[in-house]
Design a protein around this ligand. Structure first.
Ligand code: AMP
Length: 364
């Protein structure tokens, strides 16, 4: 069967790497002929909303998925009408707008940071008494990796903060003094079967994910599973989803969700019996889902801007390297490596060494 993917970057590449052994073929739509998944798929090169390319994709692919949430609404509509697109367009529509997303969480009784819609400086000033300081102003659409965000510490910073947003429709959120950031990755099959991965504990720097660590038997696992299940059911969800949460004194507060495979689940390639990529395909192809049981200890470290020399990465015991076939560029995720080991001490030692190496070559 042929699976279509909107976007041909590293997520599409890892989906294809998981699908080829299952006999799948891939067609990707991407503006760039250099995209990382191109070597593993047939490329339709052009804009995501190009009607002729979308028509070809609908003709070639039995099911279409995507690797990023900013899929144009026209493309999602066309593909919904002319083939099958998973996760469903409703999930995209909600994930594309931080305000709609937060309101959706609220409607499900899922706790969020206090938030308010902001369309101009006056609106921001009016919202602040109920939001409180410190706060974060975020553009409603197109933000990722901390882009389109401004921290506000006091009333004096409001005017500057608003100008930095360049009049983009925004939301202002109260700053959550979290102890940990975690994410739960779950997968729901066409027939409703659902599996959950162990929680991932995530470390960010400069708004970019640096380390994602698989936590087996986390005390908040069940609470996170219940939350993401509610979310998936509300969206008639099919595929892999990632829900990012703040842990504040053992209470989970939802930040955002990604209707796709997610960077915080890359450790599952080596650290789980079935990776998030393989399970995403199984889910959208209506095949039985694989067990998500963790295999020993695992954690992933991102390489930002540069990849250290391959030999230095591979010299670290228990490390697996995943290159994305992307040229080095400041702030760009170009590769990751996962440490996986049955022995906790050796795992921790390897993770420390890997993180030091990533930091040494970091260009963010
Ligand atoms: P986001 O683009 O919403 O995922 O935000 C990027 C990062 O900024 C998050 O991973 C957090 O580290 C931080 N952040 C975002 N929103 C908040 C908040 N309301 N309170 C505290 N930290 C936040």
């Amino acid at each position: 069967m042929t699976v279509g993917i909107l976007g041909g970057g590293q997520l599409a590449r890892m989906i294809a790497l998981a699908g080829i052994p299952l006999g799948q073929e891939f067609v990707v739509l991407d503006p760039s002929a250099e995209a990382g998944a191109v070597r593993l798929s047939h490329l339709l090169q052009g804009a995501y909303d190009d009607p002729a390319l979308l028509k070809k994709m609908a003709q070639q692919a039995a099911v279409v998925t995507y690797e990023f949430e900013n899929v144009p609404a026209t493309a999602a509509k066309y593909l919904t009408e002319h083939t099958t697109i998973y996760p469903p367009a409703k999930a995209l529509q909600i994930a594309q707008d931080r305000l709609v997303e937060k309101q959706h969480f609220q409607s499900l009784g899922i706790q969020t940071a206090p938030f308010a819609a902001v369309d101009n400086l006056d609106g921001l000033k009016q919202a602040m008494p109920s939001i409180g300081y410190p706060a974060i102003l975020k553009s409603r659409c197109m933000g990722y990796d901390g882009k389109g965000q401004v921290a506000i510490k006091s009333a004096e910073e409001l005017t500057d903060a608003w100008h930095k947003m360049q009049d983009a429709p925004s939301i202002v959120e109260g700053f959550i003094p979290f102890q940990r950031e975690v994410s739960i990755i779950a997968v729901r099959r066409v027939n409703g079967d659902t599996v959950f991965y162990p929680l991932s504990e995530n470390t960010h720097k400069g708004g970019i994910l640096r380390i994602a660590r698989c936590i087996s038997n986390d005390p908040l696992q069940t609470a996170a599973e219940n939350t993401v299940l509610k979310l998936m059911e509300s969206l008639d969800y099919v595929g892999t989803i990632a829900l990012e949460l703040f842990d504040v004194d053992g209470q989970l507060i939802a930040n955002e969700f990604a209707p796709r495979v997610h960077n915080s689940g890359h450790w599952s390639i080596e650290g789980s019996e079935t990776s998030q990529f393989e399970n995403h395909l199984r889910a959208i192809l209506d095949l039985p889902l694989g067990t998500t049981q963790s295999v020993g200890f695992s954690a992933m470290v991102n390489f930002i801007g540069n990849v250290p020399p391959e030999a230095s990465v591979l010299a670290i015991p228990h490390v697996h390297l995943q290159l994305y076939d992307k040229s080095p560029r400041k702030g760009r995720k170009v590769a990751h490596a996962t440490v996986r080991c049955d022995d906790e001490q050796r795992f921790n030692d390897a993770l420390t060494t890997l993180h030091e190496l990533a930091t040494q070559f970091d260009d963010s």
